[in-house]
Write a protein that binds this ligand. Structure first.
Ligand code: COA
Ligand code: ADP
Length: 572
């Protein structure tokens, strides 16, 4: 991490000139620019992360309120990764806009950049997604109006927001499962010489919620609570290393319940574990009023580093945990570190940079499923497809970009979207309409209701040639609302129980799948996507004509299969 990152050319002016010549600006967009003054910074002259969190929360809240037209509260803020620190005198630019509205909640995307006014350079500091909920009225839960995405970027964020929401709502469950499976394998805490006793890092601090800490509806600002939590976490981190710690990441903040003016907020923090170059600090925020019992408002886990004069992470002292709870948190911090690394690898990976197949890990299945569906959604929101051929009402589109080639096949059927989804979801039935590519398909593992692992074999082409086999993860999604399609995403994974064999060449699928739209009461639009893997690219690009004809006959056959089974057993 550096104080000034590599310059990036960010489009901070979010006005988009549309093809019609009309200038478009997202109606929910809110911008905030602040000069970082000494009063916003720590003793090292860097903007305090707590102050930044307050600015991010208020910008995002104003964007949510702009869409909702009523008071909104912070429900959660997803994981944040701070790429750079920001010095006094720099300008912080924050842009927030509503990516999607659900029933009473909205996802707001927040982009933070730093600007040097004297050199005219700017760089990204972090990106975050917050969820804001329209406050209930006496009539009950608010039903928000829909967001209408207009640009390709907005369509992409709209589509991905549904996936992120699924992860958010499952977050507590996923973490509990992951922690119990990972900590069971860890055994005893390691003893280090000269380890710092954890109790030395313990912090407890109280805050009285005053009117400036609250919004006009007397609810404490989420950003204020996050700032107080960051403050105690920094003190705990500092007590471990006796040096200035730099905040690197924050795991998801979830506001479990509201707090109001007059509440006392008790903030507790301790270093849960320290690793070679980073430490995890846990923070817990509880509220009380008068003699009432404490209410749990929030818990968060933050990772800190200590940077040397070259801004490289220093080696940190190890920690000796307290008995019972301390030992449990020590082990859980190891598990959370693994989760962070796995997520970073799976979620943020660029399709072209990773091995094509990712290892199947049951404890990480939610992220693998997220990654599978998101990749398909990203391909589906591309708008530069070129119509290559049309035959028997089957259209083939191609898209060539950055040395990748993608296909899109589109057709309509007179079968309900739900039944189409049901029939196409079971890959074992694909051989009924795609014998050229699916010779056999074995269900290896039904990981959960939405994710299934299959082994698919394809026939060999030519005498003496080997057939190809694939280990595929199929992730299915029903629509989040009427504006979403049904989705079946496919990608290759590796499975220790199914290594490559001598009899087959192991093939890989980078990203493929179906999107199924309810077009009208009787017709359904099916779109099949496939991103060609680098290995097959040279063969394909020289034979687009042969390919069009093959796609056309396969998908005509798919259409006949669906029509023949339209009244088959109802979708479960
Ligand atoms: N992350 C994101 N969204 C969440 C969530 C989470 N962890 N938990 C609930 N939600 C969403 C739900 O999906 C739902 O969205 P929808 O209406 O679009 O479907 C919405 O919040 C309301 O859910 P509901 O089940 O009606 O209410 P709830 O009892 O779960 O309460 C809050 C949710 C956020 C209203 C409640 O936890 C709360 O008041 N928290 C404190 C918020 C606050 O005061 N923040 C400021 C700092 S104190
Ligand atoms: P858990 O104990 O399961 O981690 P909590 O929500 O109770 O979950 O606490 C979150 C984090 O807050 C803990 O991991 C710990 O780091 C910190 N914390 C909790 N209680 C205390 C306390 N009494 N003193 C200092 N820190 C605490």
């Amino acid at each position: 991490m550096t104080s000034e990152g590599e310059e990036v050319h960010l489009v901070l002016d979010s006005l988009v000139i549309q093809e019609s010549g009309e200038v478009y600006r997202n109606p929910t967009e809110v911008k905030m620019s602040q000069i970082v003054m000494p009063c916003h910074s720590n003793h090292c002259g860097e903007l305090s992360a707590g102050q930044l969190l307050k600015w991010m929360d208020s910008t995002a809240c104003l964007s949510a309120e702009r869409h909702a037209g009523c008071v909104c509260i912070t429900a959660s803020v997803d994981d944040i990764n701070f790429e750079h620190t920001i010095g006094v005198g720099k300008v912080v630019n924050i842009i927030a806009k509503v990516n999607r509205a659900f029933t009473s909640s909205m996802e707001v995307g927040i982009l933070v950049t730093c600007e040097d006014l004297y050199t005219d350079r700017q760089w990204k500091v972090c990106h975050a997604c917050g969820t804001f909920v329209a406050r209930r009225t006496e009539a009950g839960k608010v039903q928000l109006k829909q967001v209408v995405p207009r640009t390709q970027m907005e369509q992409m964020e709209y589509s991905l927001a549904a996936e992120r929401r699924r992860m958010r709502l499952l977050h507590a469950e996923i973490i509990t499962d992951l922690l119990s499976s990972s900590t069971a394998q860890l055994g005893e805490c390691q003893e280090y010489q000269n380890a710092v006793p954890a109790e030395r890092t313990r912090v407890e601090s109280v805050e009285l919620v005053l009117p400036p800490h609250a919004n006009h509806q007397v609810n404490t600002f989420g950003g204020q609570i996050m700032a107080w939590m960051e403050n105690v976490a920094t003190i705990a981190a500092c007590r471990l290393c006796n040096a200035h710690p730099t905040l690197r990441t924050i795991d998801m903040f979830h506001f479990r319940g509201p707090s109001h003016i007059g509440d006392r907020l008790v903030l507790k923090a301790i270093v849960n574990n320290s690793f070679k170059h980073s430490m995890e600090v846990g923070v817990c925020a509880e509220a009380y009023k008068g003699g009432d019992p404490l209410r749990h408002i929030n818990s968060a886990f933050m990772t800190f580093e200590v940077l040397d004069s070259d801004r490289k992470p220093r080696t940190l002292p190890r920690i000796r945990p307290e008995p019972v709870d301390g030992k449990r948190r020590y082990q859980e911090a190891i598990a959370r570190k693994k989760i962070r690394l796995d997520r970073k690898y799976i979620i943020s990976c660029k399709q072209t940079e990773v091995p094509l197949s990712v290892p199947w890990d049951p404890s990480n299945k939610i992220y693998l499923s997220y990654n599978n569906v998101s990749a398909l959604k990203l391909m589906a929101t591309r708008n530069n497809w070129v119509l290559t051929s049309e035959k028997n009402k089957v259209r083939l589109y191609t898209l060539e970009e950055n040395q990748t080639l993608c296909f899109k096949v589109e057709m309509h059927v007179n079968v309900s979207a739900e039944q189409t989804f049901h029939l196409l979801s079971d890959l074992r039935r694909r051989k009924e309409w795609d014998r050229d590519h699916y010779e056999e398909c074995e269900l290896i593992n039904q990981a959960d209701e939405e994710d299934t692992l299959y082994r698919v074999t394809t026939p060999s082409v030519g005498k003496g040639a080997k057939g190809t086999d694939f280990i595929l993860l199929a992730s299915r999604r029903k629509p989040c609302d009427a504006r979403d399609p049904y989705l079946i995403a496919l990608r290759s994974v590796t499975l220790p129980t199914h290594p490559p064999t001598h009899d087959y060449t192991r093939g890989e699928v980078l990203c493929a799948g179906f999107s199924i739209w309810d077009d009208s009461s009787s017709t359904t639009k099916i779109t099949y996507y496939n991103q060609a893997t680098p290995g097959v690219l040279p063969h394909i690009s020289t034979d687009i004509v042969g390919l069009s004809s093959s796609f056309s006959s396969t998908f005509s056959s798919c259409s006949r299969f669906l029509e023949a089974n339209k009244d088959g057993p109802a979708a479960p």
